[in-house]
Design a protein around this ligand. Structure first.
Ligand code: C5P
Length: 193
């Protein structure tokens, strides 16, 4: 069976949690596409060359989740040649036999416009910054400033900007429990299977 679930949205909206839950529930493979951009940013040097030569070891680095790695990712993610270098890998993953969940910023709009299910997961900047701060610590006001800066860069870029696909189901997790958000995502997939 070929079946793609596209999950897009801003940083710390809950995409990762929902993606893992949907993948586990239906036995689908899961690709966190943000990790590709984080790995390119963390590799340093020429980002286009880094994107073209990305290896499993680059993706396994344990410093990819930091705020700094997120900022570096969003800076290399504006470069069209970086996005082009990562496109084929994501499309193949999405259409591989057995079903796939991909989470990112442009999965429903650019990578898989034909995805069977498209979710746009969001929450207020304050709620998202609070979650990131609980996870990573530091100064909460600084975390909020970084969340806003990354939103602006991801939504404002010319190439594949972050926005909901026209046919995406929007899930706002600001006031939702994890269980309630997961239930909505699973129901959306079950309805299309
Ligand atoms: O989702 P995550 O926070 O790991 O993504 C890091 C950055 O990578 C995002 O802020 C965005 O700039 C970029 N990204 C992207 N397209 C994707 C996934 C991530 O541009 N599909």
């Amino acid at each position: 069976m070929i079946f793609t679930v596209a999950i897009d949205g801003p940083a710390a909206a809950g995409k990762g949690t929902l993606s893992r839950a949907v993948a586990a529930r239906f036995g689908f493979a899961h690709l966190d596409t943000g990790a590709l951009y984080r790995a390119v940013g963390a590799k340093g040097g020429d980002p286009v060359a880094a994107a073209r030569s990305l290896t499993a070891a680059d993706l396994a680095r344990d410093d990819l989740r930091s705020l700094a790695a997120g900022q570096a990712a969003s800076r290399v993610a504006v470069i069209p040649e970086v996005r082009a270098a990562l496109l084929e890998f994501q499309r193949r993953f999405a259409r591989a036999e057995g079903g796939a969940v991909l989470d990112g910023r442009d999965i429903g709009t650019v990578i898989c416009p034909e995805a069977e299910v498209k979710l746009y997961v969001t929450a207020s900047p304050e709620v998202r910054a609070h979650r990131r701060w609980l996870e990573l610590g530091g100064d909460e006001a600084e975390v909020l400033a970084q969340v806003r800066e990354r939103d602006a860069r991801d939504m404002g870029r010319a190439e594949a900007p972050l926005k909901p696909a026209a046919d995406a189901l929007v899930i706002d997790t600001s006031a939702l429990s994890i269980d309630a958000a997961v239930a909505q995502a699973i129901a959306a997939v079950a309805a299309r299977l």
